[in-house]
Ligand binder design. Structure first.
Ligand code: FMN
Length: 365
C-alpha cells in the first residue's frame, strides 16, 4: 500500500489527497466536485459566506457530486482591536490608504460596519447542511459545536501550526489534524501564539505532530508534486492537503492572471505579510507588501484593502493585488484537476494506470 488507510477510511475517500479550502472567493463548487469525483476530498472555503450562502453553495456542490466533501470556516473572526474604529482613527486609516485608492480610481470604503463575519450563523448553517467534513482554522470550535458535528455525523479536521496546537485539537476531540507548515499559501492559522512565533516548516512539523497525537494527521504546506506527497507519507502523514496546486487548476476561482503567475518561475518570490488582511499570509511579494502602511488588526485591514485588491486583480495590476501562493508553486505543471490528479496518482500508485477509468471509480479502495 503506497499510503496509510487511516485517513481514507476516516474521510470515506479513495485517495488520501485533500484539496485545500480557499476563502476570499477563490473556492468554487466546480473545483470541489472535480476533486471529490476524482477520489480525493474537495473543500470549499466558506468563511466569507453568510448562512444562506453556505446553504446554497452546499446545494450547488451536491448537484455536481455525491462524493464526500469538506466545508471550511475560520473559528476566530476578529483579532484584538479589530472590532471598529473611532472617527479620527477612520480618517487616519483613509489618509494612509488614499494614494492606493486614487491610483486605482476607486472610492474609499464607508466606515467599517458589519465587517465581522457571523461565525455562529455560519456554523449553524454548516451543521444543518451536513457536509461530510468540517475543516477549520484559527482555533478550536466549542465543545457544543464539536458535539453537534459528532451527532450529525460530520468529521472534524482542525489546523495546527505547532505541536502544542495539535495536542490542544486532539484533547478537544477533533477527529483529524492538519499539520500546516510555513511554506503553505494563504494565511498562517496559528491560534495559541502569534503566527510569527509559530513558524515551523512542514518537514519538522509533520513528524513531531505524528509523534504527539494518535488521530490521523494530514500534511500541508509546500507540496507541489508527487515527490512532496511521498515525503509527507515518509514523515508519518496519513494524507496530504494541497492548496496552491489546486488553486492553479482552471476549476478554481482564481483569476487567469493569478494562475499564469503561479506557473511562472517568478512565483518563488513570496512573503509572509499582514498587509492584506491584518493576519499573516503567504502572498506574492509586491509593491503593496513592501510599502503598505502598518496594518490594522484583522478584519479591519481586510475592510480597507478589499476593493483595492479586487480592482487591482481585475485590471491586472499585480503590484497591488493579493496573489496568494505557497512555496511549492514553481513545481506546478498541471492546469486541470483531472491532469493534476492523474499525474500525482500515476507516480504514487503502481496500480493506478493499470485500472480502467481509474479516477472516476470510488469503490475498491
Ligand atoms: C488563496 C488561498 C486561500 C486559502 N484560504 C483558506 C481558508 O479559507 N481556510 C483554510 O483552512 N485554508 C485556506 N488556505 C490554505 C489551503 O487550504 C492549504 O492548506 C494550503 O494552501 C496548503 O499549502 P500549499 O498552498 O503550499 O499547498 C488558503 C490557501 C490559499 C492559497
Amino acid at each position: 500500500m503506497w499510503h496509510s488507510r487511516r485517513a481514507t477510511e476516516a474521510l470515506n475517500i479513495r485517495y488520501p489527497i485533500i484539496q485545500g479550502p480557499f476563502g476570499g472567493g477563490f473556492s468554487s463548487s466546480d473545483l470541489v466536485a472535480a476533486v471529490s469525483n476524482a477520489g480525493g476530498l474537495g473543500s470549499f472555503g466558506a468563511h466569507n459566506l453568510t448562512g444562506d450562502q453556505i446553504r446554497s453553495v452546499v446545494a450547488e456542490i451536491r448537484e455536481k457530486t455525491d462524493k464526500p466533501f469538506a466545508l471550511n470556516l475560520w473559528v476566530s473572526v476578529v483579532d484584538e482591536g479589530g472590532h471598529g474604529l473611532t472617527g479620527p482613527e477612520y480618517v487616519a486609516a483613509l489618509e494612509a490608504f488614499a494614494p492606493f485608492y486614487e491610483e486605482l480610481g476607486i472610492s474609499a470604503p464607508p466606515p467599517p460596519e458589519n465587517h465581522i463575519e457571523n461565525y455562529e450563523e455560519q456554523v449553524k448553517a454548516l451543521i444543518e447542511a451536513r457536509p461530510d467534513v468540517f475543516s477549520f482554522v484559527f482555533g478550536i470550535p466549542s465543545v457544543d459545536v464539536l458535539a453537534r458535528c459528532r451527532t450529525a455525523g460530520i468529521k472534524t479536521m482542525g489546523a495546527a501550526t505547532t505541536v502544542a496546537e495539535a495536542k490542544a485539537l486532539e484533547a478537544a476531540g477533533v477527529d483529524i489534524i492538519l499539520a500546516t507548515g510555513l511554506e503553505a499559501g494563504g494565511h498562517r492559522p496559528s491560534f495559541l501564539k502569534a503566527a510569527e512565533e509559530s513558524l515551523v516548516g512542514t518537514l519538522p512539523l509533520v513528524p513531531q505532530v505524528r509523534d504527539a497525537v494518535s488521530v490521523p494527521v494530514v500534511a500541508a504546506g509546500g507540496i507541489g508534486d508527487a515527490r512532496g506527497i511521498k515525503a509527507a507519507f515518509a514523515l508519518g502523514a496519513d494524507a496530504v492537503q494541497l492548496g496552491t496546486a489546486f488553486l492553479a487548476c482552471a476549476e478554481s476561482n482564481a483569476t487567469d492572471a493569478h494562475r499564469d503567475w503561479l506557473f511562472d518561475n517568478a512565483s518563488d518570490d513570496t512573503v509572509l505579510s499582514r498587509v492584506f488582511t491584518g493576519r499573516l499570509a503567504r502572498v506574492k511579494r509586491n509593491r503593496f507588501t513592501e510599502s503598505a502602511p502598518a496594518p490594522l488588526p484583522f478584519p479591519l485591514q481586510a475592510w480597507f484593502t478589499g476593493v483595492m485588491k479586487n480592482t487591482a486583480a481585475k485590471v491586472g495590476q499585480h503590484d497591488l493585488a493579493s496573489l496568494y501562493a505557497g512555496q511549492g508553486s514553481p513545481l506546478l505543471k498541471h492546469r486541470s484537476v483531472e491532469a493534476l490528479m492523474t499525474a500525482l496518482l500515476a507516480e504514487l500508485d503502481p496500480q493506478f494506470l493499470k485500472s480502467q477509468n481509474p479516477i472516476m471509480e470510488t469503490d475498491n479502495v
